[in-house]
Design a binder for this molecule. Sequence first.
Ligand SMILES: [Zn+2]
Ligand SMILES: [Zn+2]
Length: 409
Amino acid sequence: MPITPSSVRDLPVGLLGRAQAVQPRTVALRRALHRRPELGLDLPATRDAVRDALADLPITVHLGGSCSSVVGVIEGARPGPTVLLRGDMDALPLQEDTGLGFASEVDGAMHACGHDTHVAMLASAARLLAEDRDRLAGRVLLMFQPGEEGFHGARHMIEEGLLERSGPAGEPEAAFALHISSTLPSGELHHRPGAIMAAADVLRVTVTGRGGHASAPQDACDPVPAAAAMVGALQTMLTRRIGPHDPAVLTIARITAGTTDNIIPETAQLEGTLRTLSEPVRAQLHTEIDRVCRHLALAHDCTAEVEIVPGYPVTVNDPGAAESLARVGAKVLGAPRCTPMQAPIMGAEDFSYVLRRVPGALAFLGGRPAGVAAETAPPNHSNRVVFDESALPSGVAVHAGLALAALSG
Ligand SMILES: [Zn+2]
Ligand SMILES: [Zn+2]
C-alpha cells in the first residue's frame, strides 16, 4: 500500500525522540567511518562496520560480490510490499582540513560529501525499524552502496540483483534517499517533485590540424583557433537550440594544446561537463555538440573527434513519492522544518538508477553547523566541510517514518 495521508497520520509518536535516544550510537558509527574513509567500489572496512552495526538486530544481511555493497532485509510481522532506503558509503579523494578531533586518518581521502552520516543514519533507522517490526506489513530493503562518487555503485547493485531482494512481492514499491548538505539549515528537509539533480556527462573534443612553424600559419593548419571558436559556439548553440525552461549547463573546463610559443601544434583538446535536467534535452545536446564541433573544425580545415562519456542519469523524483516524503517529513520533524526546493541542483547522483526502476524520491537534509552563515559554510566536497551531527536524528526519524508509513498495512 502506498503512503497515504492516513498512514502518515497514524505514524507512531516519538520517532524523533527515539532517534535522539540512539544518537550516541549514530555519532559513534559516523565518526568511526569519518576517521577511516574509503574510496570507490571497494570499501571493505566500511562494509564490515555496517555489518557489525546491524549484527545484533533481526536483519538478514547480504554482502555484494562485485563490490562492497551491503543489503539488509528487515522482514515485517505481516506480508506486504517492499520499501527501499538508500545510504551511500564512499568518500572522496582529497585531504581533510577541518581540524576535527575525528578527522580523516587516511592520507588523501575524506568523507567530504557526508556519506559517513548517511550510513550512520540508515543504520540507526534500521534499529528503530527492527524494534517496530510488529507494525510493518512488508519488507524494508536497506541499500548500503559503495561508489556513488562517479563509480556507478547503484547500477552495480541493481545488476547484482538488489531489486530482486524484494522477494515474492516483486520490485520495491517505493525507494527513498536523503543527502546531507552543509549549507542548508540543520535538521531541515528540502524536497521537490520531478527532476531534483542533473545528468552529468563528460565531453572531450580533439581537434586535429597540421603542425608547423608559428611564423608561417599559412603553411600549417592551426587547431587552436578552431578549438577556441568551439568554446563560444557551443554556448551560442545552447541558447539557440534549447528552450529557456529546460535548463542545461555546458562548461569547457580544460583546454590543452601545444608545447611552446613558436610551434603550431597538430592537435588541441577541450574537456568539459554537460549537465541536463531531462533525458530528451540530454540526447539532443549530445547530437548538437557533435555537429557543432565537427563542422566548426571543418570551417578551419581541421577535423574534430567528439567523445561524450555518459555519466549518471537525471535524478527524477516521482511526484507521489516526493509528496509522501514531504508529508512524512512534516509529521516527523514538524511542517516548518520541511521546505520545498525552488530549483534542482545541477550536481548528479547515482540514486537516479534506482529511481529509473522504482518510483521514489531523494531529498536533502540540512546539516549546517550552528553559528555558520550559509554564504560562508564550506560546501559538500570542500576540504573544510563540516556537517552538524545534531541533524542526524532528523534523518534517522524520516527514514524510519517513510518505511513505517509505506508498510502500515
Ligand atoms: Zn558527492
Ligand atoms: Zn554525495
